[in-house]
Design a protein around this ligand. Structure first.
Ligand SMILES: Nc1nc2c(ncn2[C@@H]2O[C@H](COP(=O)(O)OP(=O)(O)OP(=O)(O)O)[C@@H](O)[C@H]2O)c(=O)[nH]1
Length: 418
């Protein structure tokens, strides 16, 4: 039983009887079952990951959760360092430091995952109280009523809950759908589960009378537990770096594809998506329609109310337009006050209906500003994909229909080849 404790939390000076109670023992443990090398490796890895994450965070402070993950790995490095020097540390201090550092590391990991997923932080006061209470209990079962089994269960309790919740937080919801999220969730969840199963495994492997094959099992299990913790650390480090990398990549893609003012696709991204939609409709003919839209007399809005109000009007229009669309419809800003939408599988009647609904909605919902409402109308040209059309030809036909709407008095929908 003392082997079991040797590999783990502070308190290596204790041995235990078969009930899990322990008595003081000054003898050293056999080096074959001690795993300092793995702890050193884990500590070095944690310190290296902390340094790398700190450097990444320093240059990318906007990545949600990265600062907290950096602090979590720092706390894990401290935990490894305390484990390594615990034979030279007063036992109570060692228990307090290991319990607190691993709980804080796991809690920071949970907070980081919540920040990454855009969820509210937790009430820190309560969590600190829980960590303090569990640490006090660990001290109680070390000094007042020594009991290795309970101490061992306590050692993994807070961190076990935190890692399970981390897995749950990262696996939930469709937000930030990157593969690294699921890798991290799986590793954190399995590690959390293992922290709860650990005491049970040791209980099953502990020989009633001590010694024999059971002692060998405990020794093996001890080393496996350190190995598992090291692997979990490495996998979570990979997970954090992958999340960081994927976050930066998706931000860059967003910047390259989206119009910063209105947050719809910019011209280049819209044309790329339209090309893809055309290829797909060529393979499986299903109908593809395009609307070209241009705000009426927008120059007057700018001239009368100023450019900033003009920007608000553009955002207002996009909000109304996107509210009229289905999930598969795609909207882009082609430039200035010109926008376009392509609608897969809308059919000619459906396309006319969407265009008319959009026109009527814009005309009936003025932009509300501090200086009063500003009336707005839009001219819309609608067309449909014809065999052999390129994206340029399709857009040009929609544009021609839109100019026809302007010529016919604006605030109207005109169609060509629809
Ligand atoms: N506020 C703002 N104005 C923009 C932006 N991009 C283009 N514009 C303005 O949009 C106006 C476009 O004016 P015109 O092309 O003359 O068209 P219009 O006044 O809408 O007239 P019609 O299209 O014929 O109805 C110009 O005044 C541009 O400066 C932008 O990002 N923000």
């Amino acid at each position: 039983m003392r082997i079991f404790w040797r590999a783990f939390p502070a308190g290596s000076q204790h041995t235990a009887d078969s009930s899990g109670r322990c008595a003081h023992s000054p003898q050293p443990f056999p080096s074959s079952v001690h795993s300092p090398t793995l702890v050193i490796v884990a500590g070095i890895l944690a310190a290296l990951v902390t340094t790398v994450l700190y450097a990444v965070w320093h240059f990318n402070k906007g990545i949600p959760g990265l600062r907290l993950w950096t602090l979590s790995f720092l706390s894990a490095s401290v935990f490894c360092a305390i484990l390594l020097v615990r034979d030279h540390t007063p036992e109570v201090l060692s228990v307090v430091l290991t319990q607190a550092s691993i709980s804080v590391a796991a809690y920071l990991c949970l907070l980081a995952s919540r920040a990454y997923m855009g969820r509210h932080p937790l009430p820190h006061g309560y969590v600190v109280m829980v960590i303090a209470a569990v640490t006090a209990l660990a001290v109680y079962f070390t000094v007042v009523q020594p009991h290795l089994g309970i101490r061992f269960a306590l050692a993994g309790s807070v961190s076990g809950v935190c890692f399970l919740l981390t897995g749950h937080t990262l696996a939930r919801g469709g937000f930030r759908n990157v593969p690294a999220r699921y890798l991290f969730a799986l590793v954190a969840g399995l590690h959390g589960l293992f922290l709860f199963l650990r005491p049970l495994l040791f209980r099953l492997a502990t020989p009633e009378g001590g010694g024999g094959a059971g002692t060998g099992m405990v020794a093996l299990l001890s080393q496996f537990v350190v190995l598992e913790a090291t692997l979990a650390l490495v996998m979570m480090a990979f997970g954090t770096l992958m999340l960081t990398n994927e976050y930066i990549t998706s931000e860059l893609r967003h910047l390259a594809e989206m119009d910063p003012l209105t947050n719809v696709f910019n011209r280049r991204a819209f044309l790329t998506l339209l090309d893809k939609a055309i290829s797909s409709t060529r393979r499986t003919p299903s109908g593809l329609s395009v609307l070209a839209m241009d705000l009426d007399h927008f120059k007057k809005v700018n001239d009368t109310w100023g450019h900033k109000t003009g920007d608000d009007v553009l955002r207002h229009f996009v909000r109304l337009a996107t509210g009229c669309l289905r999930k598969e419809d795609v909207m882009g800003r082609l430039g200035g006050e010109e926008f376009a939408i392509f609608l897969p599988n809308a059919g000619s009647e459906g396309t006319r209906a969407v265009a008319e609904r959009l026109r009527a909605m814009v005309a009936s919902q003025p932009v509300l500003t501090e200086r009063g409402p500003i009336g707005l109308t839009v001219s819309i040209g609608a067309t449909q994909y014809l065999p052999g059309d390129s994206s340029d030809a399709l857009l040009q036909r929609a544009d021609e229909a839109m100019y026809l709407a302007k010529e016919h008095g604006r605030n109207r929908v005109e169609a060509r080849a629809l």
